[in-house]
Design a protein around this ligand. Structure first.
Ligand code: URA
Length: 210
């Protein structure tokens, strides 16, 4: 597998993925699980965050210790299912900014149409993590990264819950500089481009719209 992809197969994550896959898991539990998986995934995907040394007085002595260096970190959920991952990441990094991007493919021209894009103003000085729980064909993620790249962030990563083999190949080819963090890789897509076995429509399951 390409060095650009990190599959986070921690037992806690795998257990929660099984609950997410279960069609009997309702919207409330599904939302909570997506948040929990996202929080656990933050652990690896933010491993390279820079630190700075500070002095803190403990009740016993002065300690030289480390805190996160100020750095512009932005999470950008792809509408709509990416919204389900926001709570998890802001729980982990409350100072991070959150941008939003919404796009779809025009069925006639097959060109991406961006219908919403609101990104933090200082994105060009910062690191971006794009959020989308399901990478099926990879097309939307590729288009979202193309849009975000216009603002020249320092680095771009993408975090998803399930990625298809096809999406990983397409994304790695289109954006070899973007590291992909996923919890699990599924082998194939069905005729409607749903991931098999997947977990169904993540947006519908998060927002209870089906
Ligand atoms: N989006 C989803 O929510 N589920 C899939 O299986 C594919 C795309």
């Amino acid at each position: 597998m390409s060095d650009n992809v990190l599959v986070m197969d921690h037992p806690l994550i795998q257990h929660k993925i099984s609950l997410l896959r279960d069609k009997n898991t309702g919207a409330k539990e599904f939302r909570e699980l997506i948040s929990e998986v996202t929080m656990l995934m933050c652990y690896e995907s933010l491993r390279d965050l820079p630190l700075k040394e500070v002095e803190i007085e403990t009740p016993i002595a002065v300690a030289k210790t480390k805190v996160l260096a100020e750095r512009h970190l932005a999470f950008i959920p792809i509408l709509r299912a990416g919204l389900g991952m926001v709570e998890g990441v802001v729980n982990m990094v409350p100072t991070a900014r959150v941008g939003h991007i919404g796009l779809y493919r025009d069925p006639k021209t097959l060109q991406p149409v961006e219908y919403f894009c609101k990104l933090p103003v200082d994105i060009s000085e910062g690191d971006v993590i794009i959020l989308d729980p399901m990478l099926a064909t990879g097309g939307t993620a590729i288009d979202a990264i193309n849009s975000v790249k216009k603002y020249n962030p320092r680095t771009i990563k993408i975090m998803c819950v399930i990625a298809s083999k096809q999406a990983i190949e397409a994304l790695t080819k289109a954006h070899p500089d973007v590291k992909i963090y996923c919890a699990v890789k599924d082998a194939k897509l069905n005729e409607n481009s749903y991931i098999v076995p997947g977990l169904g429509d993540a947006g519908d399951r998060i927002f209870g719209t089906k």
